[in-house]
Design a protein around this ligand. Structure first.
Ligand SMILES: [Zn+2]
Length: 401
């Protein structure tokens, strides 16, 4: 009871880590069936698991839709600032502590975008499929991370179990040849009249102005892509936000497929209901459905992978597997993010990650609960000091008779 009163945060965290195990989420699901894919799983590096509280938190921050990210940031900044300010001490100390606490969510967000760290890797038992990404960027895109080269992108994909990726910079055809550590394939992402069309294969430069005038002119981009030997995939969130009523026209005009998951924050709000409609349409017309990391050089983790059957065409040619926490972004209202994101993260822990969380919380709890001598400040020195005192005593010479 005393422990609970003195260390409520650690006790609450222990309880949440244990309770969330009662309603677990699988690490990975097939986006069409909603069930775990039997033939693919996530492999976690040892250091990912050892540092699970950091790894999982940074992943959870990476897989936030834009609106949910804003809510999470706003609420946690205010809550942490209040917590820091209300913890006693001189006014100056309280203000400094409040400001430092308010900065923490920004630091965590920057770490999620930039910090090198171990990441989950997809492994598949089926050697006939290629693990592929259909949509990713380099610094050749206006919004790509400066200095983010094709080789950086290839390494990013290799670390997460991809064997290949299309490089689809904005309105630029990718013309480099990169074969290691993964194969980078040529493509482009054409912006035409409020729609982004991912073009796969060696796409000769197209005259974008011709397709940019109105919704009718946009439709002509699909036959034009076929003419230059490319497939045209409608990208998220644009077809959902700007062209939801035009999808039948897209199909009639020769569109080859739809993205059904895209990991960009503005696309993660796409929810199960419209995804179901797009899947129905794709099934009826035997169109490709794909997942897209839409990586721009920020963030270390993808939320989606594709298991592609080489040589196959249409709906059956590709399977999309994704992280449930990313798919949940469209199912939860934005203002719930400050508490649902953490809960989704904890529900998604494997047992090894859960044990890592429990160990870290217990070690910190035990350390903080060690009785202190009078006058000792809280700090990392306590354990060291008590150790030193003991060693010193043991070495003291016996009292002379
Ligand atoms: Zn893109």
């Amino acid at each position: 009871m005393n422990l609970l009163r003195r260390h409520p945060i650690a006790c609450a965290l222990l309880l949440l880590v244990l309770l969330s195990a009662l309603d677990p989420l699988p690490p990975l699901v097939d986006v069409v069936s909603g069930a775990p894919p039997g033939d693919a799983e996530l492999s976690l590096p040892v250091w990912y698991v050892v540092l699970a509280p950091v790894s999982n938190t940074l992943d959870a921050l990476t897989f936030l839709s834009l609106d949910r990210a804003r809510w999470l940031l706003a609420v946690w900044v205010v809550a942490l600032a209040a917590w820091g300010y209300l913890r006693g001490g001189t006014r100056r100390r309280r203000v400094a502590r409040g400001l430092a606490a308010a900065l923490a969510p920004f630091v965590a967000g920057a770490a999620a975008a930039l910090l090198p760290r171990p990441v989950a890797r997809l492994v598949t038992a089926d050697s006939s499929v290629t693990v592929i990404d259909y949509h990713a960027h380099t610094s050749a895109s206006h919004d790509g991370r400066p200095g983010w080269t094709a080789l950086d992108l290839a390494r990013w994909h290799a670390a997460q179990g991809f064997a290949a990726s299309y490089v689809t910079d904005h309105n630029v055809v990718f013309d480099q040849r990169v074969g290691q550590p993964v194969r980078l394939l040529p493509g482009a992402e054409w912006s035409v009249y409020g729609q982004h069309v991912v073009a796969l294969a060696d796409t000769l430069l197209i005259d974008r102005d011709r397709f940019n005038r109105d919704a009718r002119s946009l439709l002509a981009v699909f036959p034009e892509l076929h003419r230059v030997g490319a497939l045209g995939i409608a990208s998220l969130p644009e077809y959902w936000r700007n062209h939801w009523d035009d999808l039948d026209d897209f199909v009639a005009a020769g569109l080859d497929g739809f993205e059904i998951v895209n990991c960009a924050p503005k696309a993660l709000a796409f929810s199960d209901a419209p995804r179901g409609q797009v899947l129905d349409l794709a099934r009826q017309h035997d169109l490709l459905v794909v997942g897209a990391s839409d990586n721009h050089g920020w963030g270390k983790a993808t939320c989606v992978w594709n298991l592609s059957l080489p040589g196959a065409k249409g709906y059956a040619a590709n399977r999309v597997v994704a992280r449930p926490i990313a798919l949940a972004q469209g199912e939860w209202l934005p203002w719930t993010a400050p508490y649902t994101q953490g809960w989704l993260m904890l529900r998604g822990l494997s047992w090894s990650e859960r044990v890592s969380w429990l160990t870290w919380v217990l070690v910190i709890l035990i350390y903080r609960a060690v009785p202190r001598r009078e006058g000792d400040a809280r700090g990392l020195g306590i354990l060291a000091r008590s150790l030193k005192v003991r060693i010193f005593r043991r070495r003291a010479p016996p009292p002379s008779a």
